[in-house]
Design a protein around this ligand. Structure first.
Ligand SMILES: Nc1ncnc2c1ncn2[C@@H]1O[C@H](COP(=O)(O)OP(=O)(O)OP(=O)(O)O)[C@@H](O)[C@H]1O
Ligand SMILES: [Mg+2]
Length: 240
């Protein structure tokens, strides 16, 4: 079943140059067409600056396209009322940001609990979920640390916990293993694949890691404001 239908999607950023006092426009994506199915694991690859994060943000409802449309099941993103968009971001999506976006003035546990608090979940139930998820990702002993007291890999794992705690249908992950060693990369891949299979989640992941791509159902390679090719790795059904 189709989950996302992306139609002629374009994105340009307009920048104002203070020195020359002129506007300049950077075209990042041009007339992209793509369908993403429910329960797929998609990897997005491509050189730095090609527009991978931009595409992920547009799918996540946090970067408005310049033209074209994104249909999520029967809802057209950015055309529906803001309350629907808020609900989409909060309930359907778990976003793992490339730069984590953890709040430095809060502890790890407070950061992870934010989506649960926004969802009105009772403190006790939320904390019990948080305990399980931090245990799973090996940062249980860092719960009371402020995020500036964490290593890069620990921050990355805290950001993953925050994205997953509300049990979203779609996981949008921007280089979620970029700062992890091979042991933790394997752990995160294993957990994500497990929830994909057991809980029927859809995962759209930007990565530079060829090993991870081998597990994807489809790999989308981006180049020059376009999708250059889409291919299916050989052993995408091998999850063991
Ligand atoms: N808010 C913005 N204003 C202006 N230009 C932007 C903005 N955000 C991104 N860009 C530009 O859009 C292009 C694509 O950026 P994007 O972050 O999507 O790349 P990327 O493929 O994720 O790169 P990387 O692999 O380095 O993370 C870049 O050239 C960047 O400078
Ligand atoms: Mg990026």
């Amino acid at each position: 079943m189709e989950l996302y239908t992306i139609n002629e999607l374009s994105k340009s950023y307009v920048r104002w140059n203070i020195r020359s006092r002129k506007k300049s426009e950077i075209c990042v994506l041009k007339k992209l067409n793509l369908t993403i199915n429910n329960n797929e694991f998609i990897c997005i690859i491509g050189k730095s600056g090609v527009g991978k994060t931009t595409l992920l943000k547009m799918l996540g409802g946090i970067e408005k396209p310049s033209a074209g449309s994104i249909l999520y099941t029967d809802m057209e993103l950015y055309k529906c009322p803001e309350t629907k968009m808020e609900e989409y971001r909060r309930k359907e999506i778990g976003f793992i940001f490339q730069d984590y976006k953890l709040l430095d003035e809060l502890t790890v546990q407070e950061n992870i609990l934010i989506p649960q608090i926004l969802d009105g979940v009772k403190r006790e139930a939320a904390e019990s979920k948080m305990d399980k998820i931090t245990e799973l990702f090996g940062i249980n002993d860092k719960k009371n640390f402020y995020t500036y007291e964490l290593s890069g890999g620990e921050k990355q794992r805290a950001a993953i916990c925050r994205a997953l705690i509300n049990n979203p249908k779609v996981i949008l992950a921007d280089e979620p293993t970029g700062n992890l060693d091979s042991v933790n990369t394997e752990l995160i891949l294993k957990v994500l694949l497990q929830i994909k299979v057991e809980l029927k989640k859809t995962i759209i992941m930007v990565t530079h890691d060829e090993e991870i791509c081998k597990y994807a159902d489809r790999v989308i390679k981006m180049e020059n404001d376009q999708i250059k090719e889409i291919f299916c790795p050989d052993f995408s059904t091998n999850y063991d």
